[in-house]
Design a protein around this ligand. Sequence first.
Ligand SMILES: [Zn+2]
Length: 146
Amino acid sequence: MPEQQTSCHKGLITLANGASGRGRSDLGDFYNQLLPAMWAGARLRCPVCGKGRMYASLTRLNEQCPACGIRFEPEQGTFSGALMLAMGITGLLVALGALSVELLFHPPAEVQLWLWILFACLFLPLTYPSFKGAWLGFMYTLKRMP
Ligand SMILES: [Zn+2]
C-alpha cells in the first residue's frame, strides 16, 4: 500500500532534495531571513521591516505596522502557536529550574512549589509578547517562501 503524502510533505521533500533546481538556495534564503525576522519580532518590532512597533501600549497590539503597513494579526488564531511555544518553554524552564534548585539546595517541597508557580506566573505574561513577535516573524518568513 503506497504511503499518502500531503502537499506539505511533498514540498518539504522537494526542498530537501533540491529537485526543483533551486531548493537548496530557497532553504538558505529561508534561514537567512528567519533569524532576523524572529529577532525583530522578539524585540517587539515589525518582523518584515524591523522599524514599526508591534504594540501601541503594554497590552494592545497594533493592527498594522506603522512603517510598512503589514497586518500584525493576519487571521484569527495566528498566535496559537506562539502560546504553545511560550508555555512549552516556560514548562521546560520550570522543570530544569526545579531540578537544579533541588539538587543544589534541597529546599522544602512547599518552597519549590511556590517558587516555580511565581516564576511561571511572571515569566509567561512578561515574555508572551516577545514570543508573539518571534512567531509572527516565523509566519511571515514562511509566507515569503515560494
Ligand atoms: Zn513593518
